[in-house]
Design a protein around this ligand. Structure first.
Ligand code: S3P
Length: 443
């Protein structure tokens, strides 16, 4: 304790080779929650082992779920919809997804339980899940009338609802659907645009009566789920850092294998295609409810684009790293309609703009996005910098990639946050040949 970890980056080598990306964070949270709720055994291979997902697994243990982990396969013995009363508050660390999804599941339980988290999570909005869960019949109290953690949920006797979410949020949609599993009658969630659909796919694979119609999902409550065996596909949001590094570092060629291939998650690849990126996608087929793909990224020039509208929810977590690509592209790179970025692990409009400005990019913030000016002809846009990652894993990792594409030496301060989603980040860059270019320094 007390030591700070920094990445010191000095570009020296050309990365090349193939890596397999660790399991997807969103899918891992969901299989832990749904496997715990289902009857029978759920076996998960390739789970995401970052702190966020491990908090969700620990919470399920606290709720009486038997869990075995041999380092490869995580086995859960489902409780068929009835959990044990936990000994104390469930501490979800930094994980907004774990907290909001678990709130939905806890709303189905008759006992009272408390969710809490770290200082950053305590500032993030919970009203967006508390409002629909109250409408379904859960009694929720907490800080600022339940809009901030800690919150205490007493549930049971829920009624299905028809709910239109004010923002396209997979967390809100999933919380309502998870509560809908234990509610009487039908639950219908309608979104303003498609958000990630892993909950729907997984529920269907486990035997739920669930139908997707446009941007609505219809679930019949009270049905049993059966345990599932699944291998979690590689996390596209983590792969995005390696893929963009492959595009930006001269002569690089990076292949990422076994990525989850789901259009509600891979829109960042479509944006990179639009920017003229040298990308190859090789479909690998189905793995349970989700498909897989191999992506090869090769160095080449990029042109700027605008990212906005309905595509935003399908690439919301990749905006910091897309912005790094955008900062090297010819023209002005613009993001609009992304106000949701302001309530992520940091205010990602402010922190992305601040990070790129530190690297020397001309960047301007709007209420719901930003605009970046590309490099002057014949000039590099990124110069070595000292970066405060604002304790946000995706800002820290995006800054490392910017630093690898920059002229000179950079320091990315306080990068322990990378552990929340992608503890293998540095090892994978090393496996691609960047032995000297990135150093972890303890201060
Ligand atoms: C997630 C949904 C997104 C995303 C988050 C993971 C999920 O949040 O930003 O990292 O797994 O459901 P919102 O649903 O709040 O947009």
């Amino acid at each position: 304790m007390g030591t700070r970890r920094d990445f010191v980056v000095k570009p020296r080598e050309t990365p090349g080779g193939t890596v397999t990306i660790p399991g997807d964070k969103s899918v891992t949270h969901r299989i832990f929650l749904l496997g715990s709720w289902a009857s029978g055994t759920t076996r998960v291979r390739g789970a995401n082992r970052g702190d966020d997902c491990m908090r969700t697994l620990a919470a399920m243990r606290s709720l009486g779920v038997e869990v075995e982990d041999d380092g490869v396969t995580i086995t859960l013995r489902g409780r068929d919809g009835a959990f044990a009363v936990p000994d104390g508050p469930l501490d979800m660390g930094n994980s907004g997804t774990g907290t909001r999804l678990l709130a939905g599941l806890l709303a189905t339980q008759k006992f009272s339980s408390t969710l809490t988290g770290d200082e950053s999570l305590k500032t993030r909005p919970m009203g967006r899940v508390v409002t629909p869960l109250r409408k379904m019949g859960a009694v929720i109290t907490g800080n600022r009338d339940g809009s901030l953690l800690p919150i205490t949920i007493e549930g049971g006797a829920l009624e299905g609802i028809e709910y239109s979410t004010p923002v396209a949020s997979a967390q809100v949609k999933s919380a309502v659907l998870l509560a809908g599993l234990g509610a009487a009658g039908e639950t219908v969630v309608t979104e303003p645009a498609h958000s990630r659909d892993h909950t729907e796919r997984m529920m269907a694979a486990m035997g739920a009566d669930i139908v997707c119609e446009g941007t609505s999902v219809r679930l019949q409550g009270g049905g049993a789920l059966r345990g599932l065996e699944m291998e979690v596909g590689g996390d596209p949001s983590s792969a995005a850092f390696l893929i963009v590094a492959g595009l930006l570092i001269p002569d690089a060629e990076i292949a990422v294998d076994g990525l989850l291939d789901n259009p509600t998650r891979t829109a960042f690849l479509d944006v990179l295609d639009r920017m003229g990126a040298n990308l190859e996608r090789i479909p690998l087929g189905d793995e349970g409810p989700e498909k897989r793909v191999r992506v090869i990224a090769r160095y080449g020039p990029l042109r700027a684009t605008e990212v906005s509208g309905a595509e935003i929810p399908a690439l919301i977590d990749e905006i910091p790293i897309l912005a790094v690509a955008g900062a090297t592209a010819r023209g002005n790179f613009r993001v609009r309609d992304a106000a949701e970025l302001r309530v992520k692990e940091s205010d990602r409009i402010a922190t992305t703009v601040a990070m790129l400005r530190a690297f020397g990019v001309e960047a301007d913030e709007d209420e719901d996005g930003f605009v970046l000016q590309g490099p002057k002809p014949g000039k590099k846009n990124l110069k070595g910098a000292k970066i405060d990652a604002a304790k946000d894993h995706r800002i820290a990792m995006a800054a490392v990639v910017a630093a690898l594409a920059a002229k000179g030496k950079s320091r990315i301060e306080d990068v322990a946050c990378v552990e929340t989603s992608f503890p293998e980040f540095l090892d994978l860059f090393r496996a691609l040949g960047l032995e000297q270019s990135i150093r972890l320094e303890e201060k």
